[in-house]
Design a binder for this molecule. Structure first.
Ligand SMILES: Cc1cc2nc3c(=O)[nH]c(=O)nc-3n(C[C@H](O)[C@H](O)[C@H](O)COP(=O)(O)OP(=O)(O)OC[C@H]3O[C@@H](n4cnc5c(N)ncnc54)[C@H](O)[C@@H]3O)c2cc1C
Length: 426
């Protein structure tokens, strides 16, 4: 009987484990391996970074949740994948053999590409990419509100995940307004995107004018085509390019607080596998989410290689959002289940981009179907309903992870109402 290993228990890996368990016959076993023992709901990190959430409310212990469904869990970092030998090697020396491996390890945060960036030793900017980073960002923010000054928020060259940078800008601004401190904090949005609202997607609907308008309404200045070259304590060095990629202006921007999203790469254990990944360590897959080189390996989520939507003066990547990740997971589960039943693996994910971005008291949602333009559905809308929907998304997703439900009926219904399906042709 087959052993399916899911590597990474984030937004992709946890649902993958639950869906696999539900889809496979009981004789097959499922094991999840994750570097830490708690699931983190990454989309809530911007709230944690301003104190609107605490760590416990957006994380949960992985082991007990998986155990309820008969899924084994190993809380260890993978150090190496022996793709030829079909085994994962762990930091404690264990070797876990598999018949199928589902890689869902998310991003490695490439702060090293911009000297002085990031929240680790020697870095001067904050991050909201992990719960630990967001908690650290909160500590810095709490000191900052006692001695406010200029703030810089945005995305470094090569970034692909721009939505949370906008989201955090509006949440940060809103929290300072609540504290009656906003007038003491000039905010500059610094982004690798060629224009506001590009989002790594070539824009979605009217995202350019709507997000520009929102930034203006929040008194936020911006610099696009921004190549941040280095960060020193309290100072960011930015080369602004023009549309032709020529230097337009050099900036030295002072700041007392900064949160910059980094470029992503694949995690080392995955990137190191011969022939598995592109040069940035993202897994090269076919239309069925399967490794182009290793037939027993599938991949979902941020770890997957997706080409940029278009060339931009400063490098940008295409985002991988939650719903798109779910669609990848559904395709993988269906394909592994089919093969184990002796049928061909034919399921293909839709890769539709659906995103809810909170703005503190309102929010913006976009739907890009398909992700790459030209699109059949291409809209970007703002309203308080998005803020409420984002809260519901958080509560609902955490509930699903606690109880092991992967896709209860009403979620399907809502998505169908929007004309969104997870698998092509369904
Ligand atoms: C701040 C932020 C906000 C976001 N908000 C939204 C949003 O509102 N809506 C949306 O649709 N998308 C959002 N996204 C994009 C995307 O949905 C998330 O990044 C999502 O968490 C990606 O899921 P994933 O499973 O690929 O990776 P992750 O959720 O990051 O999970 C990866 C897991 O792999 C584990 N891991 C990594 N390396 C190893 C290893 N070597 N061994 C074992 N385990 C390992 C990690 O510990 C982690 O648990 C956001 C992204 C960010 C950064």
């Amino acid at each position: 009987m087959a052993h399916v290993v899911v590597l990474g228990a984030g937004l992709g890996g946890m649902p993958a484990a639950f869906e696999l368990r539900a889809a496979l016959r009981p004789a097959h076993s499922v094991t999840v391996i994750n570097a830490i023992d708690r699931f983190q709901f990454v989309p809530s990190n911007p709230w944690l970074a301003v104190g609107w959430r605490d760590r416990d409310s957006i994380t949960l212990p992985i082991g007990p949740a998986l155990a309820k469904k008969g899924i084994a869990f190993i809380a260890q970092a993978a150090t190496r994948i022996d793709a030829e030998g079909q085994a994962v090697e762990l930091a404690d020396g264990q070797r876990v053999p598999y018949d199928y491996l589902v890689i869902a390890t998310g991003p490695r945060l490439a702060f090293e590409e911009v000297p002085g960036s990031g929240p680790l030793a020697g870095g001067h900017t904050q991050s909201i990419c992990t719960t630990d980073h967001a908690a650290q960002a909160l500590e810095v923010y709490e000191r900052f509100v006692g001695d406010p000054g200029p703030a810089i928020i945005g995305a470094l060259p090569g970034a692909s995940c721009f939505g949370p940078a906008y989201e955090f800008t509006f949440i940060f601004s809103r929290d300072l307004q609540k504290k009656r401190l906003r007038h003491k904090v000039p905010i500059t949005f610094v982004t690798a995107e060629p224009y506001i609202g590009h989002l790594g997607l070539g824009g979605v609907g009217d995202s350019k004018s709507m997000l520009e308008s929102e930034l203006r309404n929040h008194d936020v200045k911006w610099i696009c085509n921004a190549r941040v070259t280095k960060v020193e304590a309290g100072k960011m060095f930015v080369t602004e390019l023009d549309d032709m990629g020529q230097v337009k202006r050099e900036h030295e921007l002072p700041f007392k607080y900064s949160m910059m999203l980094p470029a992503f790469k694949g995690v080392d254990a995955v990137a190191g596998v011969e022939g598995l990944c592109n040069p940035r360590g993202f897994v090269l897959i076919d239309e069925h989410q399967r490794s182009k080189k290793y037939r027993s390996i599938f991949a979902a989520g941020v770890c997957v290689a997706i080409p940029p939507v278009e060339a931009t003066p400063v490098a940008t990547g295409a985002p991988k959002t939650g719903y798109m990740i779910e669609s990848m997971v559904s395709a993988i589960v269906e394909n592994i289940a089919a093969e184990l039943d002796g049928r061909p693996a034919t399921a293909k994910a839709t890769w539709n981009a659906v995103c809810l971005a909170d703005m503190g008291n309102t929010g913006a949602a976009f739907v890009a179907l398909p992700q790459l333009p030209p699109r059949n559905v291409n809209w970007f809308k703002k309203g308080k309903w998005v803020h409420l929907a984002k809260i519901a998304f958080e509560k609902y997703f955490l509930y699903k992870m606690k109880t092991g439900h992967s896709e209860p009926f009403y979620e399907k219904t809502v998505m169908h109402a929007l004309g969104i399906t997870r698998l092509i042709g369904r």
